[in-house]
Design a binder for this molecule. Structure first.
Ligand SMILES: Cc1ncc(COP(=O)(O)O)c(C=O)c1O
Length: 387
């Protein structure tokens, strides 16, 4: 047999993600799993019913490449309702296989070999490898721990003639930071000086707490003109396993985006798209009430931890809560997360793994997902209060 040599990896440093590792360890140890970001409750009954109805009604063949029309129209209506953007569903909205696929397509659409992309650490793990797969260079700029505010002066200093794209994630995973008006002012000024594209990773757009507002890149004409704005129905409807999301971008960006999307997945399964379209139109209260729903969970979790030795700054958004553990342990966060999964029966995610250089992670904290039933949150808090 004339087998080729083993492939020369394009991503030799990439292994199994910490999310998979911690969830597997939690299952093996029968630990409470507050590590990976998914709910332990189901999506809304009416949504499940609509999807199965479409499946049973024979809506099981290829939908249009950009997504079914009714869903794209419903997304455009939602974006108008929430952010005042009137976009054309024909030329500006694309349904994707989760936000993950949308991120891939947006990055691939604009990043050429040698281009630089600014990524803010701690960063969601898919950005860096996807940039490198395009031959691009990820330039990592840290957020200012422990507030995790964006350091706009550092971003400005990192921009070169090769900078093509800046990826922003608000509400921010893993820290719960939410961009404020001052960030938008600084971003607009930066964009006025530099011809760069933006990705708004806004998958937690409906999880902003304490009467805060999600400042979408869709809401500002100067920013939207250069942006791919990405969201995820998995997060919004508690159905992360369905992997359906979307990208809203101006026509000239959407055109390039779809050139890639067409050959990555071509399209996304029909019955789920149709079911989501029905639900989005019939139950807009679901996403409107989501901040309240998740804030109650955040508050319940944080209140029960009041007697603990953790340092708690309540998350401003997302369904993640960081717990600073400097008063509890001096161990490295990766070791600690593993040890507590095995010895204490509670799994979390160490935040140093979200840094290109884990040594830059100055603040010692673990990330806990509070998209869990109240009984799970109570049990988790009980364990943490004993530490
Ligand atoms: C910041 C961020 N972006 C993107 C994604 C991916 O979303 P999806 O599951 O829709 O692909 C996640 C999922 O955890 C995330 O936290």
């Amino acid at each position: 047999m004339n087998l080729p040599a083993n492939p020369v990896s394009k991503l030799p440093d990439v292994g199994t993600t910490i999310f998979t590792v911690m969830s597997a360890l939690a299952a093996e140890q029968n630990a409470l799993n507050l590590s990976q970001g998914f709910p332990d409750f189901d999506g809304p009954e009416a949504l499940l019913e609509r999807v199965s109805a479409h499946m049973r009604n024979g809506q099981n063949q290829y939908p249009p490449m950009a997504g079914v029309s009714v869903l794209r129209q419903a997304i455009a209506a939602k974006v108008d309702d929430l952010y005042g953007l009137q976009c054309d569903p024909e030329t500006e909205v694309t349904v994707t296989a989760g936000a993950t696929e949308a991120l891939f397509c947006a990055i691939a659409a604009v990043v050429h070999a040698g281009d630089e992309v600014i990524v803010l650490d701690p960063a969601y793990d898919s950005y860096d490898p996807v940039i490198r797969l395009q031959g691009g260079v990820a330039v990592h700029v840290p957020l200012n721990a422990p507030s995790y505010r964006i350091d706009w002066a550092r971003i400005e200093a990192a921009i070169t003639s090769r900078t093509r794209l800046l990826i922003l994630n608000s509400p921010h995973n893993p820290t719960g930071m939410v961009m404020q008006d001052t960030d938008i002012v600084a971003l607009s000024a930066l964009c006025a000086r530099h011809g760069i594209y933006l990705i708004g990773d806004e998958v937690y757009e409906h999880m902003v707490f304490d009467q805060g507002k999600h400042l979408s890149l869709c809401a500002y004409a100067d920013l939207y003109a250069r942006s791919f704005v990405i969201s995820s129905f998995g997060k919004t409807y508690h159905v992360t396993g369905w992997k359906v999301g979307y990208c809203v971008a101006p026509p000239q960006l959407t055109k390039e985006f779809r050139r890639v999307h067409q050959y990555v997945t071509f399209t996304v399964n029909t019955p789920v798209q149709l079911g989501i379209a029905d639900f989005l139109q019939q139950h807009p209260e679901h996403h409107r009430q989501l901040p309240e729903f998740y804030q109650a969970k955040r508050d319940a979790f944080c209140e029960r931890l009041q007697g603990s030795r953790f340092h708690i700054v309540p998350s401003q958004g997302t369904y993640f809560q960081l717990l600073g553990y400097a008063d509890v342990s001096s161990e490295h966060d990766v070791e600690l997360a593993r040890r507590w999964t095995c010895e204490q029966g509670i799994a979390s995610i160490p935040i140093s793994v979200f840094y290109q250089n884990p040594n830059e992670c100055e603040y010692h904290a673990l990330r806990f997902c509070f998209a869990k039933d109240d009984s799970t949150l109570s049990q988790a808090a009980e364990i943490l209060c004993r530490l």
